[in-house]
Design a binder for this molecule. Structure first.
Ligand code: AMP
Ligand code: MG
Length: 487
């Protein structure tokens, strides 16, 4: 276990130099205080969890102090936002403080979001508000607990610094961890600004540090792109299987590691709704729940375009062609497991689609349906779940198909079925209204609800005593919350 001053830095991205990032010091928050910390994320840095309670922790992650070895940098990138190219973006309010190695030899970027203005702030104030910092923190740690690749969050630091959004709010910082903060938009920036030398340097950097096994392949860059396609297909399959809506899948928010990244007005589905749009400024539904699948491919094509100096167009096209079949295979595999099936049959896709259509028409809770389906034998469970559906004849027909499919699947006890299904079907997810309750309390200075909710979400598959209130459908007020897009 390490103390805070024992972290080991090796700032490889900073060493790429001024063409890639700019040195900027964090702008401290007034009266920094710990809102919440993740013990699991602290363990990634070998940090003793007790250090979160020390004043120096809030000072470090509230922008007051820096390690001597840290080299805070704002990264430059660009990207396609809602389909249109923006020639220059960059870290407008976040800083890469440095890269830290843990004892296992893994390196982690320390990225402080809300750290003040940078050369890339454009019209922004460089700040993040408490509300959005708490949402990013909870989502990162909740997605991780569900087994969905994501950036992690070490802590949220609150403050008395006023920040103006639709109304006056308080500034906060979230410390984000990831093996890399390089986005699709990094490659696009050097491609569209016609800087081939820097672009080659960036590609070498990513290949050497993050895809070293691709070096062994005849065409290392192509192998790396294929790997990026595969990882994104798998990540998005998991989003779809668990009902996660990212909300702002711009190419500057897509990680070259295939992890969920840069949380905005995201949401987990309550009722199943394929057309759900969580971002209220997304008037055309470009990033609606079901559109995330084709948008994943669109974003990969944007990255492919930026890689044309290194890889032939035909090879890029072929690699892009892997995306949909891989997505489909991962998605179907997960949905089979959510249905309690251990074997694969041709018609399973139809079984899944049939169920989703019925859920869509009846507004059935996406998370609780699967959890309850595993509570009892297939026959008993469908009898009990039937009341949630409006189209009873339709549901009965589906239930018959499902029971027959389960009977063909194998011979196991209900105990085995429950255990297997509960291990993939969470009881607790980060519902918007739960986040909203925790945020309202935190905004009035009480952080206990954020901490409790975070604790519950770190073990989403395990029924926890006294936590029934976190496993409920939303009350009426919490069903269609307008989550502000400002952050
Ligand atoms: P996002 O939609 O949060 O991914 O941000 C898109 C771009 O706007 C990125 O370059 C951000 O750094 C920048 N940005 C967002 N909010 C702010 C802010 N409050 N101050 C400065 N830059 C910001
Ligand atoms: Mg972003």
């Amino acid at each position: 276990m390490k103390a805070l001053d024992e972290l080991t830095f090796d700032n490889r991205f900073a060493r790429l130099g001024d063409a890639f990032s700019t040195h900027v010091l964090p702008e401290p928050l007034d009266e920094p205080r710990l809102v919440v910390a993740s013990k699991a994320a602290m363990a990634l840095l070998d940090l003793d969890p007790a250090v979160a309670q020390t004043p120096v922790f809030a000072e470090l992650f509230g922008g007051h102090k820096l390690w001597a070895e840290a080299e805070p940098r704002a990264m430059v990138y660009s990207g396609h936002q809602f389909g249109g190219y923006t020639p220059q973006l960059g870290d407008g309010r976040g800083l890469l403080l440095g890269e830290v190695y843990n004892e296992a030899g893994e390196h982690w970027d320390l990225h402080l979001k809300g750290a003040g203005m940078t050369p890339y702030s454009r019209m922004g104030d460089g700040r993040a508000v408490l509300r959005s910092s708490i949402r990013e923190f909870l989502a990162s740690e909740a997605l991780h607990a569900l087994g969905i690749p994501t950036s992690r969050a070490l802590c949220v630091i609150g403050s008395s610094t006023p920040v103006w959004r639709e109304k006056q709010e308080r500034g906060a910082m979230v410390l984000r961890l990831a093996h890399s903060h390089i986005r699709f938009g990094h490659f696009e920036y050097f491609y569209y600004t016609k800087k081939p030398e820097q672009q080659a340097e960036l590609a070498e950097h990513v290949l050497n540090l993050h895809y070293p096994e691709c070096r062994e392949q005849p065409e290392p860059y192509l192998a790396m792109f294929r790997e990026i396609v595969e990882r994104n297909a798998e990540m998005i399959a998991k989003w779809q299987a668990y009902g996660f809506c990212h909300g702002v899948m711009n190419t500057d928010n897509m990680s070259i590691l295939g992890i969920t990244f840069d949380f905005g007005p995201f949401a987990f589905l309550d009722d199943f709704d394929a057309h759900f749009i969580c971002n209220h400024s997304d008037h055309e539904g470009r990033y609606s729940f079901s559109n995330q699948v084709p948008i994943g491919q669109w974003n990969l094509s944007a990255l492919a375009q930026a890689l044309t100096p290194f890889i032939s167009v035909d090879a890029l096209k072929e690699a892009l062609g892997l995306y949909l079949p891989l997505y489909q295979a991962h998605y179907l595999d997960l949905m089979r497991r959510r249905l309690g099936l251990t074997t694969a049959e041709e018609d399973d896709q139809t079984l899944v689609e049939g169920l989703l259509k019925l859920m869509q028409n009846s507004g059935v809770d996406y998370t609780l349906f699967f959890r309850r389906l595993g509570d009892e034998s297939a026959a008993l469970a469908v009898t009990r779940l039937r009341d949630d559906f409006v189209d009873l004849a339709g549901f009965d027909a589906w239930a018959e198909q499902y029971k027959a499919r389960v009977a063909r699947d194998g011979d196991y006890t209900q105990e085995q079925r429950r255990e297997r299904m509960h291990a993939v079907n969470p009881l607790y997810i980060l519902r918007n209204y739960l986040a909203q309750n925790a945020i309202a309390a935190a905004e009035s200075g009480d952080y206990s609800e954020v901490r409790r909710l975070h604790e519950v979400l770190t073990r989403p598959f395990e029924e926890q005593a006294g936590m029934e209130q976190y496993a409920q459908r939303p009350p009426d007020w919490g069903k269609h919350l307008e989550i502000s897009c400002s952050s």
